[in-house]
Design a protein around this ligand. Structure first.
Ligand code: URA
Length: 245
C-alpha cells in the first residue's frame, strides 16, 4: 500500500537524516531538494514512494527498507561497539546507521567478503534462521596442503567442542594446493576456522564469496570493490534463498 504524504522533515527523518528538528534545520538551510527541485518548506507534504531526496548535493532515493551488500575488508568488526577494530558501519553513509542498518550475521574482523546489511529486522532474522539453511560459500586459504582426507573429513562432519553433533560442510572442494571452497548452511561462532582446525589444518585467510546464489563479482555485485557497498535490487534479493551446494 502506498504511504500517505508526509511532511518533508518526516520524510528525511525516516531515512536517517537526524531528528525531526535536525531535518527541519537541513531544509531551512536550503540543503535539500526533492526530485531535483530545491525545497525550503519542511512541512511540504510528499508521497514517499518514488521520491529522490537530495541532501547536500547527493541523491538518495526514498526507501522504506534498505538491503545492502558490502565487500568487507579485514580490520573491521561487525559488532556495534567494536573493541579492537573499526566498526563495519563506518564504511556506510552515517544516515544508514542512524536509520538502523545493521549487519545480517557476522564475519570475524579478519574475514573479508560478502556481508549483507539491512534495517529490516524481520528479514535479517529470517535469513539468519538455521531453519532457512541459507548456504554460505567461503574461499579458505589453509596453512598445510589440502589432501583428500581433509576434504572428506569436512564433508563427513567434524566434532566441535561445544556442539552436540558433528558439523558437516554442504560442499567442499580443493581449488588450489592450499585453497578450499567450502559451503556451510549454519553460522556458528568461528565455524569455518574451527571446522578446518578440527579436520587437522588451519585457516590462514577467509573470504566469504557467496550467500545463497548471490556471489561477489557476479550480476548486481560485479565490480564491487573491497570496502564498498551496493544496494540490492529484487533480482539479487531473490538469489539469496538459492543454494549452490
Ligand atoms: N567462519 C569463521 O570462522 N569466521 C567467519 O568470519 C565466518 C565463518
Amino acid at each position: 500500500m502506498p504511504h500517505k504524504p508526509l511532511p518533508l522533515e518526516r520524510l528525511l527523518q525516516s531515512q536517517g537524516f537526524g531528528s525531526r528538528k535536525d531535518c527541519r534545520f537541513l531544509v531551512g538551510a536550503g540543503r535539500v531538494a526533492v526530485d531535483g527541485v530545491p525545497c525550503r518548506d519542511a512541512a511540504a507534504p510528499f508521497v514517499p514512494e518514488g521520491r529522490v531526496l537530495t541532501v547536500d548535493g547527493q541523491d538518495w532515493p526514498w526507501r522504506e527498507r534498505l538491503y545492502l551488500a558490502l565487500d568487507k575488508p579485514a580490520g573491521y568488526e561487525c559488532s556495534r561497539q567494536p573493541q579492537h577494530h573499526h566498526p563495519v558501519l563506518a564504511l556506510l553513509p552515517a544516515h544508514f546507521a542512524a536509520r538502523g542498518v545493521q549487519p545480517v550475521g557476522r564475519l570475524d574482523a579478519d574475514t573479508t567478503g560478502l556481508l549483507l546489511l539491512s534495517d529490516d529486522g524481520a528479514w535479517a532474522h529470517g535469513l539468519n534462521s538455521p531453519r532457512r539453511h541459507v548456504a554460505k560459500t567461503y574461499r579458505v586459504d589453509v596453512r598445510h596442503p589440502v589432501d583428500d582426507e581433509l576434504v572428506a573429513r569436512l564433508l563427513t562432519g567434524v566434532q566441535l567442542h561445544d556442539e552436540p553433533a558433528p558439523l558437516a560442510a554442504l560442499a567442499c572442494a580443493r581449488i588450489d594446493e592450499q585453497v578450499l571452497e567450502l559451503v556451510i548452511d549454519q553460522g556458528k561462532y568461528h565455524q569455518v576456522k574451527r571446522m578446518v582446525a578440527a579436520a587437522g589444518n588451519r585457516v590462514d585467510a577467509l573470504r566469504r564469496i557467496a550467500v545463497g546464489g548471490l556471489r561477489l563479482g557476479e550480476g548486481e555485485l560485479a565490480g564491487l570493490e573491497a570496502g564498498r557497498w551496493r544496494e540490492l535490487g529484487p533480482a539479487a534479493l531473490a538469489l539469496l534463498g538459492e543454494g549452490r551446494a
